[in-house]
Design a protein around this ligand. Structure first.
Ligand SMILES: [Zn+2]
Length: 242
């Protein structure tokens, strides 16, 4: 998409969403404001965290950081109206794209039967020269593929043995933070909840090597997306329709 093309409104004629993230805090850099809007509309959103972000604080041991960041993510989800947060404990920093990860995500898709999936950014960058970490790339690609796998009875038949029937109801996979956005959501009224959700990552943010002002950081990005969308504040997604 070029700068001159306008972002389309993301369709909202659905009820259930599964938001997949590689780490606690990933959804809180924008997507959470859209999630707050959707839960206020009465939609159901479930979070699936592939890792607990246990390698995310260099001065603290992963055994201590994992539970701490799970707690931060659960409070962060609650701030935007999400009360189901599942952790599947792949290893932080070395998420491997492959059938094990695809199966674990497909299991959650079959269990929660979402019409919409939010997925991590699978691209090499966030735009320009800002490199995107391996975990996000692997998790994003696996989420896209799992959205298909979940509907096929012959891929991961062990899931049926767990009592989880195939689910073919996914209509859209929306990539968060994509450098190639196609759609956007007006978050003017839900933005403050999105900020509150990022603020819940207190210990993590305090231990970053740079200062983060959640309101200022999220606002400047939401204003810039808003200009391309025609709203004061907006969040963009790259949408794949199935
Ligand atoms: Zn991350």
């Amino acid at each position: 998409m070029t700068q001159t093309q306008k972002l389309a409104p993301l369709p909202e004629d659905w009820q259930r969403c599964l938001a997949v993230a590689a780490h606690p805090d990933d959804l809180e850099y924008g997507a959470a404001s859209a999630i707050a809007r959707w839960t206020a509309q009465g939609k159901e959103v479930v979070y699936l965290l592939i890792t607990s972000g246990e390698a995310g604080i260099s001065s603290m041991h992963p055994d201590q950081v994992g539970p701490l960041r799970e707690g931060e993510e659960i409070r962060s989800a609650a701030a935007v109206g999400v009360d189901t947060v599942e952790f599947i404990h792949h290893k932080d920093g070395v998420i491997e794209y492959g059938p094990v990860l695809r199966r674990d995500i497909a299991r959650a898709i079959r269990k929660h039967r979402p019409e919409v999936i939010l997925a991590p950014n699978y691209h090499l960058t966030w735009g320009g020269s800002s490199f995107n970490f391996a975990d996000h790339r692997a998790a994003g690609l696996a989420t896209l593929d799992a959205s298909q796998d979940a509907g096929n009875p012959w891929i991961f038949p062990e899931l049926a043995e767990e009592g989880l029937d195939p689910w073919n109801g996914v209509k859209m996979v929306c990539i968060c933070g994509s450098p190639q956005p196609t759609h956007a959501v007006d978050v003017t009224d839900s933005f403050d909840k999105g900020v509150a959700s990022l603020e819940e990552h207190r210990v993590y943010l305090q231990n970053l090597p740079f200062e983060v002002n959640p309101d200022a950081m999220l606002r400047s990005h939401a204003e810039s997306v808003g200009k391309q969308f025609g709203a004061p504040l907006a969040v963009s997604f790259q949408v794949f329709t199935l």
